[in-house]
Design a binder for this molecule. Structure first.
Ligand code: MF3
Ligand code: CO
Ligand code: CO
Length: 263
């Protein structure tokens, strides 16, 4: 219940951080191909974030045990928090790259699904439905919208496609903190939960599974995988609640979606 209402000065910084995070995803796309390792993708992102953008990669050394890399790369049945490694990507893999940059003391957090080589039909369908979940949720964001409204829209769309919504990870308030209040869960009942107010910034980042929503965290204490080893997908945007709608702070050039929605 203690979501931070951002000042106009902070909001301007959030716009910049959000745009920079989006630009990392725009940059990395052409490098995601058969044979590249997620470590190599991590290095490309790290150097771009640090040397080109003058930003800090927020995941590096975050949490406990400290996350060892600068982006998360979650391949196939990895739900989230995949650690970049030296294993080459292969034809048909799908990978979520999750980028969080810090610029001028504020965070921009966003992720996108990429496909390696020839598209896998199942992975494409799952990723499409998951992106639709994100977009449908963004479309209802405005002052007075309740957190349960967001959860219900996502859950209904995922379950209509006979997919499941991950329960154990959620979206979050964001700003000077990486993970601020409130928690944005991706399932629930309309008309319940906290009301959104103008000036709040938060992420929506649904993780949708082809099979069960149940998960397992590997011994590295980060990598979350589906319990049934079926595919998972995720997309994430950082949002600002405006007086009459929402602004997508991390919108990319490759998206066919409005940056600002006014109701
Ligand atoms: N970017 C993730 C999120 O969307 C968090 C990653 S934490 C890390 O909230 F340590 F794994 F990087
Ligand atoms: Co996030
Ligand atoms: Co993220």
């Amino acid at each position: 219940m203690s979501a931070i209402i951002k000042t106009p000065e902070l909001i301007e910084k959030m716009r910049i951080a959000g745009k920079l995070a989006a630009q990392v995803l725009e940059m990395i796309g052409e490098h995601v191909k058969v044979g590249v390792t997620t470590d190599e993708l991590n290095t490309l992102c790290h150097n771009y974030i640090v040397d080109v953008q003058g930003c800090i990669p927020a995941p590096l050394n975050y949490g406990y045990p400290p996350f060892p890399k600068s982006v998360c790369t979650s391949v196939n049945h990895v739900i989230c928090h995949g650690i970049p490694d030296d294993k080459p990507l292969k034809n048909g893999d799908s990978v979520n790259i999750d980028v969080t940059v810090i610029k001028d003391g504020v965070h921009g957090d966003t992720s996108k699904m990429f496909f390696v080589g020839e598209p896998n039909i199942q992975a494409k369908r799952l990723a499409k439905v998951t992106q639709e979940c994100l977009y449908k949720a963004i479309e209802i964001v405005k002052p007075g919208c309740r957190l349960g409204d967001i959860g219900e829209v996502i859950q209904k769309h995922a379950e209509a496609a006979s997919y499941s919504v991950v329960r154990d990870f959620c979206g979050h308030g964001i700003g000077e903190g990486f993970h601020e209040e409130p928690q944005i869960v991706h399932y629930g009942k309309a008309g319940t939960g906290e009301e959104l107010k103008a000036g709040m910034c938060f992420t929506i980042e649904p993780m949708i599974n082809a099979g069960t929503y149940r998960l397992k965290v590997l011994k590295d204490q980060w990598t979350a995988v589906t319990k049934d080893r079926k595919l998972s997908a995720q997309w994430e945007h950082t949002l600002l609640v405006t007086e009459n709608g929402v602004e997508v702070l991390t919108l990319r050039n490759d998206e066919d979606f409005p940056r600002v929605i006014s109701h």
